[in-house]
Design a protein around this ligand. Structure first.
Ligand code: BG6
Ligand code: MG
Length: 216
């Protein structure tokens, strides 16, 4: 029986993936890397800021010191935060609000499991925070997905056993993390890797048999 649902944020509840891509692209251009594409951006889904930077740098040929890498990551985050200034409830993905309301009225606890350090800001700006019982984000963890830490912290904050939680994810790293935490997983999106999840849907606006999932 599922008692808590732990949602990834970027790409599951909000459409911030495009803003991440835009901000990384700005940095890539400044570094003279012109081969960074949307396809590369897919590899950044669910992984930490520093690991995402490595995806960008792997498209160039230069070697940088740790200090320079930290400056690049901070620069990208500043571009990203500038783009987030415009963020509001219009960034909420289709079906999300209805889904969160349904889970709340069903008595389920709702958590966030996101490696983003900007998760609290995004939840505030979109107004989604009012549906969320506990947030586990990049500020709470030392290991990024596919490590299960971010979901374990979420379940601990919710006061739930791991096996009583369902993870909702749009990235392979997140599905692997959810499974490693001994949680059930629902993959949302069209990527074929999501077939590894226990359940899958094209989005939260799709037909989902919530009753079967929650009572399994
Ligand atoms: C994840 C995104 O949610 O957060 C990744 O899918 C991103 O692409 C990661 O790198 C870290 O985000 P932030 O906001 O801390 O740089
Ligand atoms: Mg995601």
């Amino acid at each position: 029986m599922i008692r808590g649902v732990i949602f990834d944020l970027d790409g599951v509840l909000v459409s911030t993936d495009e803003l991440h891509f835009e901000a990384w692209k700005m940095l890539a251009v400044e570094l003279g890397i012109d081969k960074f594409t949307r396809e590369d951006n897919k590899k950044q889904k669910g992984v930490s800021r520093m690991e995402s930077l490595e995806v960008v740098l792997s498209k160039g040929s230069k070697i940088y010191s740790q200090e320079m890498k930290e400056e690049f990551a901070e620069r990208k985050n500043n571009y990203y935060k500038k783009l987030l200034e415009e963020l509001d409830e219009r960034a909420i993905l289709p079906g999300v609000t209805e889904c969160l309301r349904m889970l709340k009225s069903n008595g389920n606890l709702i958590g966030i499991g996101s490696v983003s350090k900007n998760a609290p800001l995004i939840l505030e700006k979109t107004g989604l925070i009012k549906y969320i019982d506990k947030v586990s984000c990049g500020l709470d963890i030392t290991r990024s997905k596919p490590d299960p830490e971010v979901f374990e912290v979420a379940a601990n904050k919710l006061g739930l056993k791991y096996e009583d939680c369902l993870v909702v994810e749009d990235s392979l790293a997140g599905i692997v993390a959810g499974k490693a935490a001994h949680m059930k997983t629902l993959g949302v999106g069209s990527e074929y890797e999501l077939l590894r999840a226990d359940y899958e849907a094209t989005g939260l606006d799709a037909e989902i048999d919530w009753k079967a999932i929650l009572e399994a």
